[in-house]
Write a protein that binds this ligand. Structure first.
Ligand code: 0X9
Ligand code: CA
Ligand code: CA
Ligand code: ZN
Length: 420
């Protein structure tokens, strides 16, 4: 089925030469090219972790295969591990940027208008700047929005990965939902009155803009920060967080990799800004943010920590804490039809925001991998005609997280022990 929409040719060892010869003349030391490959013969999480250890990023997991974004060198290394590797030439990513997706400039306009229309419950702050100097924005939604009240705080993070544009649309949807339905929908009114909701609508604007700027999508994942001693640009923000950074074979030390972890924890400008923001929500020694979602695409999954280990219970994660994540994850997945699982059921990741938010800040948190389920439905680039449906699909799931933000441990009946 997938094959019918793909033009395929067998790679591998020739691939390096093939892509090199496709480079414009005079760019012998060019940035690496990132392409989509199908890898067959991978059935377990251990297989998939071994594949990511080459530097490839896994985009989609099947029963006995995965799709990866990889450089020709990564692909060759995967072949050397004994897997069957084919490059895929997908039509969708080669189509031009879809004007139905919100650019960074448009996003800032949407935010300013929304705040102007709802000044009592919505406020914008600039929490820092991206590597290239773009504003990194936080939108707060709550009653008495100018006052830091003693209400459970909830964090939504969008677009750590540049090409995952549907996550920006998710932020736009959430901002509109919470402001438009305030005063008319009783549940939303109660949640806005009793929570302080922080939306970070695009934490990687340099990457987003780069991905959209050409005549075709660029399949870009990282930020746009140069790397010392390399022509390869960018750090994978979701491998740069300061909790067991680089510990466990779940990220790359090679700047050419699309999962490059950076030169040090928080070396990525944007990660440092967001982490400082989250730390600033510690008031009186207590982290005010209780729950969070980090939005990604794609695969229709709800993932919980840890990612750096296959173990569910381990240092920094008790049985009750794991069960709270699993129960809340499943409760949300029952609302949106995504598949709930621990993130390492897919493959090991280290330096992810999930592991840091829980391991360092004790915030119960999830990764949503949004629509679609597969590359055959558009992968990272579904048509903008799906935006309304696929953002509204998460309405009930997100409201469930907001409901439980007073005490997430309530979902396993442990509120007395944890929130007394
Ligand atoms: O690999 C990632 O960063 C995420 N997948 S994506 O295709 N959007 O790149 C998954 C992150 C899940 N890992 C943890 N929650 N630790
Ligand atoms: Ca308030
Ligand atoms: Ca507060
Ligand atoms: Zn992602």
């Amino acid at each position: 089925m997938v094959a019918s929409v793909l033009r395929r040719f067998l790679v591998p060892l020739a691939a390096g030469a093939l892509f090199l010869s496709a480079l414009p003349s005079g760019s012998a030391i060019a940035e690496p090219s990132y392409d989509l490959y199908e890898v067959r013969g991978a059935t377990t999480a251990q297989d998939r972790t071994e594949i990511t250890a080459t530097g490839a990023a896994i985009d989609q997991v099947g029963d006995d295969s995965v799709l990866v974004t990889a450089t020709p060198d990564d692909a060759e290394a995967i072949g050397d591990l004994g897997y069957d590797v084919e490059v895929l030439d997908l039509p969708v990513p080669f189509a031009g940027p879809d004007s139905g997706y919100t650019t960074y400039g448009e996003l800032l306009g949407v935010i300013d208008q929304m705040v102007a229309d709802n000044p009592r419950i919505a406020a914008k702050s600039v929490i820092g700047r991206s590597h290239q100097g773009r504003d990194l924005v936080a939108v707060k939604i709550s009653d008495n929005v100018r006052v830091d009240e003693n209400e459970p705080e909830v964090l939504f993070v969008h677009a750590q990965h540049a090409r995952e544009h549907l996550t920006v649309e998710m932020a736009v949807y959430l901002m509109r939902l919470l402001t438009d339905e305030y005063g008319s929908d009783p549940r939303i009114t109660r949640l806005v009155d009793n929570r302080e909701i922080w939306i970070l609508p695009n934490v990687n604007p340099d990457g987003s803009e780069y991905d959209m700027a050409g005549s075709s999508w660029r399949n870009w994942r990282k930020n746009r920060q140069p790397n010392a001693g390399s022509s390869a640009v960018g750090t994978d923000l979701n491998r740069n967080w300061d909790y067991r950074w680089g510990c466990c074979g779940g990220s790359s030390s090679n700047p050419s990799s699309s999962t490059y972890r950076g030169s040090a924890p928080e070396s990525a400008t944007e990660v440092r800004v967001i982490a400082d923001f989250v730390r600033s929500r510690v008031v009186g020694g207590e982290q005010q943010i209780t729950t969070a979602i980090d939005f990604h695409t794609y695969s229709e999954l709800i993932l919980w920590p840890f990612g750096h280990t296959y173990s569910d219970v381990t240092t920094g994660m008790t049985r009750a804490e794991y069960d709270t994540h699993a129960a809340l994850g499943r409760h949300m997945a029952a609302a949106n039809g995504y598949t709930p699982q621990q993130s390492s059921d897919l493959y090991i990741t280290d330096g992810s925001i999930n592991d840091w938010l829980w391991g360092d800040q004790r915030i119960v948190n999830f990764t949503y991998e949004m629509y679609p389920r597969s590359a055959a439905r558009g992968g990272f680039y579904p048509p903008s005609s799906v935006i309304a449906r696929e953002t509204a699909r998460n309405r009930e799931a997100v409201l469930r997280l907001l409901d439980y933000a007073d005490c997430p441990y309530r979902i396993i009946g442990r509120q007395a022990a944890y929130c007394g």
